[in-house]
Design a protein around this ligand. Structure first.
Ligand code: KG4
Ligand code: ZN
Length: 352
């Protein structure tokens, strides 16, 4: 039950191919609506920005209606609006930002520009409650792979321990899926194909694990190339391509590196909580391996359920709700899109 006078925050997400609206009050998810244009990009093997933007434009009003109905909230009862103002595809971010500004202006309510990746981290709080005082957060999405040291998500600066030098983990899934002919989005497709495969069939490279390598930095482009070479070699020899085995072995290589580096960060910082978020956190093998390793070391593992790992509006509302409750000043209607915003804090500053 919502406490009387509690804020009701509407979150708006449109940075890639999902149009999302969510309503959050006092850390509780009231309801959400989600539309995806993923099927429209399937033939292209990746998200086409113009197609995504057009799909957002069509989906905004119906998806907002679904979210309000799901939450049993009237639009007039929304007290604050939060929106992804970056990072993301510029054309796509603009649509959600314009929608959020229109709503905030029409309702005369404060508007907060939110960093998309902070949204991924906040998604976990909707299911598992506030984050501990300090934790390590692994963000694995289509565009980012980072190990972060996080305190209070909206009050403290976010410390990057390491990022990827090249492809993001999700991008590697998408590219390998394309070269195996499994389509877009690659993560779920590879995951499905990998179920019947042997993860030890091929020993694909695990990059950046040598003692002299930066401990929390990733690289996935060599892995993608190794998979491509394997497929080419088999095809040239006229041999069948064992898609399931390649998918499982690729998945295992990604998961091994992600889990090893994240656990090392938890240990080195003397912490006891690992949070894994972003689209790739929906991956069943990653969830299972991380759980096993965390259990063995007495580390608490937090991963949102798969539907809250991939992009959605609830996670943006969750950041907005935290900002409102921490007394943060609204960004205001002058906020601009920042397609390549780096994650330093949950709220994005106004661009000049
Ligand atoms: O966080 P997200 O929805 O959007 C971005 O912010 O990028 O992440 C999308 C990425 C895509 O690369 C997609 O292939 C990947 O997450 N993904 C998965 C799974 N579901 C989505 N990767 C591996 N296994 C999955 N089950
Ligand atoms: Zn995302």
């Amino acid at each position: 039950m919502m406490a009387l006078g509690s804020p009701i925050v509407l979150g708006v997400e449109s940075s890639c191919d999902e149009t999302g609206f969510g309503l959050v009050s006092d850390g509780t998810l009231l309801g959400q609506g989600l539309a995806s244009s993923a099927s429209q990009h399937a033939d292209f093997g990746g998200v086409v920005p113009e197609i995504a933007a057009r799909a957002h434009l069509e989906a905004v009003v119906p998806t907002l209606r679904i979210a309000l109905e799901d939450a049993d909230v009237d639009l007039a009862d929304v007290s604050h609006v939060a929106v992804t103002s970056g990072p993301g595809l510029a054309t796509a971010v603009h649509v959600g930002l314009a929608a959020a500004k229109s709503i905030a202006w029409a309702l005369d309510k404060p508007l907060y520009g939110v960093h998309h990746l902070a949204g991924h981290a906040a998604a976990d709080t909707l299911e598992h409650g506030p984050l501990p005082e300090r934790s390590i957060v692994l963000i694995v999405s289509g565009g980012h792979t980072s190990i972060l040291a996080v305190g209070d998500l909206v009050r403290d600066p976010i410390e990057h321990l390491g990022d990827t030098l090249d492809d993001a983990a999700g991008e590697a899934f998408d590219k390998v899926s394309r070269l195996l002919g499994l389509g877009y989005p690659g993560g779920p497709a590879i995951s499905r194909a990998a179920v019947d495969g042997d993860p030890a069939a091929f020993s694909f490279p695990r990059a950046m694990l040598r003692p002299k390598d930066a401990p929390f930095t990733f690289s996935f482009s060599g892995l993608k190339t190794a998979v491509a070479r394997t497929v080419e070699t088999l095809e040239r020899a006229g041999e069948p391509v064992p898609v399931a085995d390649i998918a499982a072995s690729f998945e295992q290589a990604v998961v091994d590196v992600l889990v090893k580096k994240s656990l090392r960060a938890v240990r080195e910082r003397n912490l006891d909580t690992l949070v894994i978020v972003g689209g790739v956190a929906a991956n069943a093998r990653l969830r299972a391996v991380a759980q096993k390793k965390c259990d063995a070391e007495g580390i608490e593992l937090r991963i949102p359920s798969p539907r809250l790992c991939t992009d959605n509006g609830a996670m943006i509302a969750a950041v907005g709700d935290l900002l409102v409750r921490s007394g943060a000043a609204p960004s205001g209607l002058g906020i601009a899109a920042d397609p390549s915003a780096v994650l330093h804090g949950a709220q994005l500053p106004l661009l000049r």
